[in-house]
Design a protein around this ligand. Sequence first.
Ligand code: GTR
Length: 326
Amino acid sequence: MTKFTKIASVSVLALIGAVTMAQADEWRGWAIHPEDYPNTVAMQSFADKVKEVTEGRIEPTVYANGILGSQPDAIEQVRSGALAWANFNMGPMGEIVPATNVLSLPFIFRDVEQMHHAMDGAVGQQFSDALSEAGIVALSWFDSGSRSFYNTKKAIHSPADMDGLKFRVMNNDLYVQMVDALGGNATPMAYGEVYQSLQTGVIDGAENNYPSFESSNHYEVAKYYSVTNHLIIPECLCVAASVWEGVSDADKAAIKDAAMEAAKQQRELWAARETASLDKVKAAGVEVNNVDDPAAFQSAMAPIYANFIAAHPDLEQLIKDIQATE
Ligand code: GTR
């Protein structure tokens, strides 16, 4: 091979490389949590796997720490196709996909295991169908543990202790009703604003699972975490329907498999992180207490269920399906 043909063939290869690169379809992904959080780690595994199985034709990327916006904004961006995929908590989804509000009814699941059984079966399919109609394809379900109240003032033992305290909630009217019913005041607010609001006293508390309480550093300011387990809300690994439509059937199958694998990994990492986060916040001086009478918190929710069913009689069966899940 002459020097010239060598250069020529190297350039041809570079050109083919460049064309291949140019053809890779970037799937911009939204993640609210930091890089080392179970959900973000699983999203990155999904991204790597999708790139591998599509031989680089699709290249998902992960923008962590909510840098692409708040969750309600990101939901809109996925619906419009401006973002290709995301990991969404179903809480803020209720405003757009009413059926998902069933997942925001306090104490709807007995425990996380029941939530897994429900979401991995026919119940989960009903939520996927409802999301699809809104332009969001749920490929698999992540764990988000269970949420409890924390605050800067005092341990909560009974609903009466919430009197006069201001709690941040996610963007969904059901959570405002929930805190009201317990005697506290609710302030819907974006996740990214909570730390500063706790610090400056704009709010007295919030509610979340251990990993979020810890990774968001809210535990540095809020020293009382009272275990109510009032919400068990699943999260999805979701793709924009407009993006999904353009994917071949063979790629769809491989991507779906990658999403199921990512969910499996997320759930394993989640279990370990819950313990690690709890240990970390306790070591940092957070007082963690079980509430005296969990039933008092649960029975306060009866009017919320009654109002919800009155407003959405079509969703009553779904509530019953969940409650009947093993
Ligand atoms: C976390 C959840 C986030 C976000 C956050 C919040 O547990 O993983 O998606 O919903 O809670 O409270 O806003």
